[in-house]
Write a new protein. Sequence first.
Length: 136
Amino acid sequence: MSDHVTVSEAARLLEVSADTIRRWDATGRLPAQRTRSGLRLFRREDIERFAEQRSGRPAVNITPPDWRRVLDLVDTLPTDDAAPDGRRLLLLLRHYAQARVAGASMCRCADCLAGLITELEALERELGGADGKTPR
């Protein structure tokens, strides 16, 4: 893995457009180094630090190989003995991991994640965890 990333890679990592990255460089918000040919290169650690500052929390950068490991792990979990809700959640997690491995757009991945969160909230309500009631 290189210590530097291009404009397009920085845009992908920060989930913004390449034009936004160029604008941030022009204003000094996210400075780039230039090659002799004028190509902008950003230090990977600067991108990670910038992501942390924007979000207010440490960046979690799970790369496609990491998502493949998540997918492999989900595939090894026994679902025959799992409750229907557990099987549904594993299916949603698998769908999300597949989307990340395939490099799907963040919108598609966000849709998968939203479905997972909705299922978790429904399960929490069903078990009484959201309002402190004793689970059934």
